[in-house]
Design a protein around this ligand. Structure first.
Ligand SMILES: C[S@@+](CC[C@H](N)C(=O)[O-])C[C@H]1O[C@@H](n2cnc3c(N)ncnc32)[C@H](O)[C@@H]1O
Length: 712
């Protein structure tokens, strides 16, 4: 069956004979068709026919994002190409059908975030625990060793009677009297838990937190109820003792067998404050824990155009399609040279122009890894940092198993299989080296701690400490990446089976799946677009001789080609998604290196949450929802999704179904909501449609870089 090949003849420019990609497409071998169309594009980036075949093959393979990108590339070559315009409309229809089917089939999942977040003791917390206990005793004068003896029945009865009076006084608002009576009751029976609890509560109301803690601490551990543990957590948090607070909340959660959601939630709030407090200080934001997990909130009103915060990555990797664009592999800085920028024009420049360029273009201090020569750094400092943080483990000159990984990167995701055929084994946009760097960072740090403590192998504590930086990135949902990418799984397993000094790290299938998902879910695309050697050059030029400068400036018309990287940004990764996002992520410079700026897209009031967008929000609601569900495992209930509909068959307000021949009319303004009656339209308008009806919606930011792995 020669499917659709005739379409390409119209404008795609075949001259009768079928190319290899067309042939494979015609016989339905879409994988091979995509492969040879990509090869054609490598030879000639302006081959529009190859673009179309690549896009159509990607659609057939359900790799829609890739397909969309090929069509977009095609339009860059020929903006008026009719075939592509029609194909794009078809792609939208296919997407709709595909996602509609998927969203009907898949049950909406509601992850309970508190159950997904662990309550593990952090490495080093034992020491912090003792330190905070000391503060409690010395600064707040709480006697943590207070022991109480059991008393006889008569005293117990006496205490119970006085306690009843204390209750009555408390209800009447006589706090002081109630406290006195609790004290008398406790003198009679120091083990009366109700009296301790009541007095703790009364002390707290009066702001005597230390005394309140003293009463709770005096209750023997075995007698502390879930409420007592929870209450203690609240008080200790108020005293600024987070590790003790976590300990008390952890007890409350485990005693209730994870059923006390409030305790688990309070635990995560303390943990999040503890972890992100240092990162947010100096910015008008805070990280809190909500039903959607970590979330970012404004501490004060933020105006449109303001920078809410900046973030620098803990781990980066170049996107594969930019692998040939000069940039520092460690910090993402552009390393574009004059010959790369001016291309063939450079050779034609007269000596004066060339001299001016050489003088004013920033000095090239770039170096390659002196062992493998396969990584480039902007200077020796980046080279040193890369080596100290991860490269020593995965440098192909040191670790033979890492060669295959670098070859995979250099080929753009392909390998030659046993039969000598090219096979695409990595379809993601980011490089597999990024994934390997995550383990490399863990192993390097664990080995450093091991050496520091003079041990022959890293201890459990060392491994736990080394993994800490990645605990800031959530891992939800499932991915069976190991079984879908067996070659890459085996490659990284082999690399980390020999980490030098007799250390090995056994990457299990579960860990591969989790880290793979962790990376794909938390990556942000960014680049050094706002600060390149060309920018420095232009700045330097401003001081130069004006005639030659003017002459040269005629050739500086385009932005330089800058490599896009994917980075894991700890604070930015706490931003949740909304289809009516109020922040946008833009390139920035943080501490002199490329990073991201989180820009306020529309005004945010103090206390409101900051939302970014993970997808292209210009898409219709059902595609947005299905896309988010598939890539990020949640069903979007943002304000916009609540007040937009899917089509004229269902009333967006009341959910009533339309008759086959009488579809519902849409909102005259935005055309994104459909109503069965004027009454419903009015109701929806007041409930929230009014707010979202005229909003501007931004385009893709945090990208679902996970292309269509699930359909492979
Ligand atoms: C990059 S993280 C965002 C921060 C996340 N809340 C956390 O605790 O780390 C992405 C994950 O956050 C959750 N999430 C983000 N936006 C959401 C939303 N609008 N509704 C429900 N869950 C959301 C999803 O589980 C998603 O996979």
């Amino acid at each position: 069956m020669l499917e659709n090949v005739d379409i390409i003849n119209e404008q795609g420019g075949t001259n009768g004979s079928l190319s290899s990609s067309e042939f494979h497409f015609s016989i339905g071998d879409y994988r091979k068709a995509l492969e040879s169309a990509k090869a054609d594009l490598q030879l000639d980036g302006t081959n529009i026919k190859a673009c179309i075949i690549a896009a159509k093959s990607a659609t057939k393979l359900k790799r829609f994002e890739e397909s969309y990108n090929f069509y977009r590339d095609g339009l860059k070559i020929d903006p008026k190409n009719k075939v592509i315009a029609e194909e794009l409309i078809d792609l939208q229809k296919i997407l709709l059908n595909h996602f509609e089917k998927m969203s009907n089939e898949e049950k909406e999942q509601d992850f309970n975030m508190v159950h997904l977040c662990s309550q593990d003791v952090y490495p080093g917390d034992e020491e912090h625990f003792l330190l905070e206990k000391e503060i409690l005793e010395k600064k707040y004068k709480v006697d943590c060793s207070l022991s109480t003896k059991n008393v006889d029945l008569i005293k117990k009865k006496e205490a119970a009677q006085i306690l009843m009076k204390a209750h009555t006084n408390m209800l009447a608002g006589n706090t002081e009297d109630a406290i006195k009576q609790c004290t008398i009751a406790l003198d009679a029976d120091p083990l009366n838990i109700a009296a301790r609890q009541l007095r703790a509560q009364l002390h707290q109301e009066k702001g005597n937190i230390e005394q309140s803690v003293q009463d709770l601490w005096a209750i023997p551990k075995q007698n502390r109820t879930i409420d007592v543990w929870k209450f203690g957590g609240i008080l200790l948090h108020q005293l600024g003792l987070p590790v003790l607070a976590e300990f008390w909340y952890r007890k409350a959660t485990s005693l209730s067998q994870m059923k006390d959601v409030e305790a688990a939630m309070l635990f995560q709030k303390v943990r999040v404050e503890r972890m992100y407090g240092p990162l947010t200080s100096g910015y008008p934001i805070r990280v809190d824990f909500t039903k959607h997990g970590r979330s970012v909130f404004a501490n004060k009103n933020l105006k449109e155009g303001a920078i809410a915060f900046q973030d620098k990555p803990v781990l980066i990797g170049k996107l594969l399609q930019f692998r040939d664009v000069s940039a520092c592999d460690h910090c993402a800085a552009s390393l574009i040279t004059p010959t790369e920028y001016f291309r063939n024009k450079y050779a034609e420049f007269n000596p004066t122009l060339k001299r001016l360029i050489q003088e004013k273009w920033p000095k090239d201090d770039s170096v390659k890894c002196s062992s493998c020569q396969r990584e480039t750094y902007c200077n020796e400092q980046c080279q040193r940092e890369a080596w100290e943080q991860y490269h020593q483990i995965i440098c192909p000159a040191q670790n033979v198993n890492a060669r295959a990984l670098y070859d995979l990167h250099d080929s753009g995701g392909w390998i030659l299989n046993k039969d000598g055929e090219k096979e695409e084994i990595w379809t993601l946009q980011y490089s597999p080296i990024l994934l390997a760097r995550m383990w490399a960072m863990i192993v390097t740090e664990a080995k450093r701690l091991m050496r520091q403590s003079g041990l022959p192998q890293p201890s459990i504590e060392h491994w736990a400490k080394a993994k800490m930086p990645f605990r800031k990135f959530i891992v939800f949902g499932q991915s069976n990446a190991a079984s879908k990418l067996p070659e890459v799984f085996n490659m990284v397993r082999a690399i980390f089976s020999h980490c030098g000094d007799g250390v090995k790290y056994d990457i299990t299938e579960d860990e591969f799946n989790a880290r793979y998902y962790q990376a794909t879910c938390n990556l942000q695309a960014y680049s050094s677009s706002i600060f390149t050697p060309l920018h420095v050059f232009l700045e330097n030029l401003s001081e130069a001789d004006s005639v030659t400068t003017m002459l040269l400036l005629q050739y500086v018309k385009e932005e330089p080609k800058v490599a896009t990287f994917a980075g894991m940004f700890p604070l930015h990764a706490c931003l949740n998604h909304a289809c009516d996002n109020n922040v946008e992520i833009i390139d920035g410079m943080v501490d002199g290196r490329p990073g991201v700026n989180v820009l306020v897209f529309r005004e945010i009031k103090a206390g409101e949450e900051l939302f970014t967008t993970y997808i292209d929000t210009t898409m219709p609601r059902k595609i947005r929802r299905a896309w988010l569900f598939r890539s990020f495992n949640f069903w979007c209930h943002c304000r916009r999704c609540q007040f937009e509909g899917d089509g004229p068959d269902i009333c967006t307000n009341c959910g009533k179904y339309a008759q086959e021949d009488k579809k519902f009319p849409h909102c005259g303004k935005c055309q994104k909501a459909w109503y069965c009656s004027v009454q419903c339209q009015k109701e929806a308008w007041v409930k929230g449609h009014k707010v979202i009806c005229q909003l501007q919606h931004s385009k893709v930011n945090l990208k679902a870089i996970d292309t269509d792995l699930q359909d492979r």
